[in-house]
Design a protein around this ligand. Structure first.
Ligand SMILES: NC(=O)C1=CN([C@@H]2O[C@H](COP(=O)(O)OP(=O)(O)OC[C@H]3O[C@@H](n4cnc5c(N)ncnc54)[C@H](OP(=O)(O)O)[C@@H]3O)[C@@H](O)[C@H]2O)C=CC1
Ligand SMILES: O=C(O)CCC(=O)C(=O)O
Ligand SMILES: [Mg+2]
Length: 483
């Protein structure tokens, strides 16, 4: 199953028949794993792609040209991507009768790295999300979504240059797992009976018509996500990791995420991180080395005098414990060189990414929070047309680049939408392969096109004096500005 870049019709034909090809025929071009998360990338790797529904075809035609051009210009023919199309979504259904054929899953599994366009998910019924299915089947536990401003891109905020953060969204758990039962179903009735036994059925306000969902959040799922976020912060000289959660309300799921996240940070990265609270305690001591434990406790918790004596004692123990445990390694301002791990409640975080953008650096959060946060954050830097992403398993090496946006069906076939999100997802993919020179050219080309006012409709409608380009033309403009 090996499809080189050919005209789209031939490609589709080959994509169907290619499934019979032997994988051995392209073995020399396969990316392999040299150890957990360590890729061995040949000069002509086979990369798997799904074109996607809706605007997917328009975007892929433009974005794949940009990705190929960046590789060609960076390596002069020495390196080349061998694209292999696989089917998912409407195209797959029309050709095979299946929405997500096993061959597609197998190809992503076997070739490790690929890129996909958006796939439609009907609301309120019909098939469940193919996007979510792929992430779950391949255990792509991190959805990595960087948010950064390109000079010249229209923005609703005053200081877009302050926006430069990376969202690590947990990608396999949470309410997104799709465990739901329909209103009036036997399952809901059974669940209600169980809730009755537990004495909490009265919390269901309208039991006769309620539909119900389940929100699994685990320690393992949290730990691997938070670990990848902290490791990313260390590898990329980022200053902080913020755990975004709604743990004040959902104490065991979202609150568990926060608690397990902090615990992981302290157990696995003790020498490299400091929690925000620890930094306050140590900072107080840096300013006043004679400060008593009690005064320090009072300083970090302004409501100290109103607490019960048991609460005050617990707080004093916390302060003393921090000084004892990390005073020597993190005190005397050493903590300032560590990655700060802090947390924020999700609702206020959605405001603060706008009002205090600079305070966010790496964000680790659960699946649904991350979904909301990434679309909202994209608005700060020009919108969803320029919001890239990737689904990653840092152990198995599997990586599927994927824009944050969906299929935008009303624009399908118009050669109109911004291919930027998929172009930049491709840039992330090239960097993942270690092909930084090609990735850099994509950024250069993107900067060049945008800064000279050559943009698609989404930026054009917000920018005076810009030149309106089609989806394909914007791709060409990016390529032109690589030189
Ligand atoms: N990973 C995936 O495959 C995803 C799939 N989906 C699916 O996509 C379908 C449509 O979802 P919907 O909620 O409408 O969200 P979409 O992201 O598809 O589109 C919403 C709006 O975002 C803008 N937009 C989207 N893509 C672009 C682009 N490339 N360039 C410029 N503007 C863009 C358009 O805004 P405007 O109208 O202002 O021009 C568009 O109307 C659903 O079935 C949904 O489930 C959704 C998200 C992710
Ligand atoms: O799968 C879908 O249709 C939507 C998923 C989504 O919005 C996302 O992953 O950001
Ligand atoms: Mg989304």
């Amino acid at each position: 199953m090996f499809v080189r870049r050919l005209n789209p019709q031939t490609m589709t034909m080959l994509a169907s028949s290619a499934r019979a090809f032997s994988a051995a025929a392209v073995a020399q071009a396969k990316i392999t794993l040299d150890g957990p998360g360590k890729l061995n990338v040949p000069n002509n790797p086979t990369l798997v792609y799904v074109e996607g529904d809706g605007t997917g075809a328009d975007i892929w035609a433009s974005a794949s040209r940009v990705i190929d051009a960046s590789v060609e210009k960076a390596y002069g023919g020495e390196r080349k991507i061998e694209w292999m199309e696989v089917l998912a979504g409407e195209k797959a259904f029309n050709e095979t009768g299946e929405w997500l054929p096993q061959e597609t899953i197998d190809a992503f599994r076997e070739y490790l790295v690929g890129i996909k366009g958006p796939l439609t998910t009907p609301v309120g019924g019909g098939i469940r999300s193919l996007n979510v299915a792929l992430r779950q089947i391949l255990d792509l536990y991190t959805c990595l979504r960087p948010v950064v401003h390109f000079a010249g891109v229209p923005t609703p905020i005053k200081k877009p240059e302050d926006v430069d953060f990376v969202i690590f969204r947990e990608n396999t758990e949470d309410i997104y797992a799709g465990i739901e039962f329909q209103s009036g179903s036997d399952e809901v009735k059974e669940l209600l009976g169980w809730l009755q036994d537990k004495g909490v059925a009265d919390k269901v306000r309208f039991p006769d018509t309620a539909a119900m969902g389940v929100k699994p959040v685990s320690r393992e799922g949290t730990e691997r996500l938070v670990k990848s976020a902290i490791q990313y912060a260390l590898d990329n000289s980022r200053k902080s990791v913020t755990l975004v959660h709604k743990g004040n309300i959902m104490k065991f799921t979202e609150g568990g995420f926060k608690d397990w996240g902090y615990a992981l940070a302290k157990s696995e990265y003790r020498n490299e991180i400091v929690t925000e609270r620890e930094s306050w305690i140590l900072g107080n001591l840096d300013s006043n080395p004679d400060m008593s434990v009690e005064d320090n406790a009072r300083a970090i918790e302004p409501g100290y005098n109103l607490m019960t004596s048991t609460q005050q004692e617990a707080l004093r123990n916390e302060v003393a414990g921090v000084i004892e445990a990390i005073g020597a390694t993190h005190g005397n301002a050493q903590w300032k060189n560590k990655v700060i791990v802090k947390d924020a409640i999700a609702d206020i975080a959605l405001q603060q990414i706008l009002t205090r953008s600079k305070e966010f650096d790496v964000i680790a959060t659960l699946n649904l929070n991350g979904d909301y946060l990434s679309d909202s954050a994209a608005a700060l830097v020009g919108g969803i047309g320029i919001a890239p992403g990737a689904n990653v398993n840092y152990t198995t090496g599997h990586f599927i680049a994927e824009a944050t946006h969906g299929t935008a069906p009303k624009y399908a076939g118009l050669d109109k939408v911004n291919p930027g999100s998929v172009v930049l997802s491709g840039e992330m993919m090239l960097r993942y392969l270690g092909w930084n020179e090609a990735a850099d050219l994509i950024i250069k080309g993107m900067n060049g096109a945008i800064s000279t006012g050559q943009v698609t409709y989404d930026f054009h409608r917000l920018t005076e004096g810009a030149t309106l380009l089609k989806c394909s033309e914007f791709g060409s403009a990016i390529i032109k500005h690589m030189d």
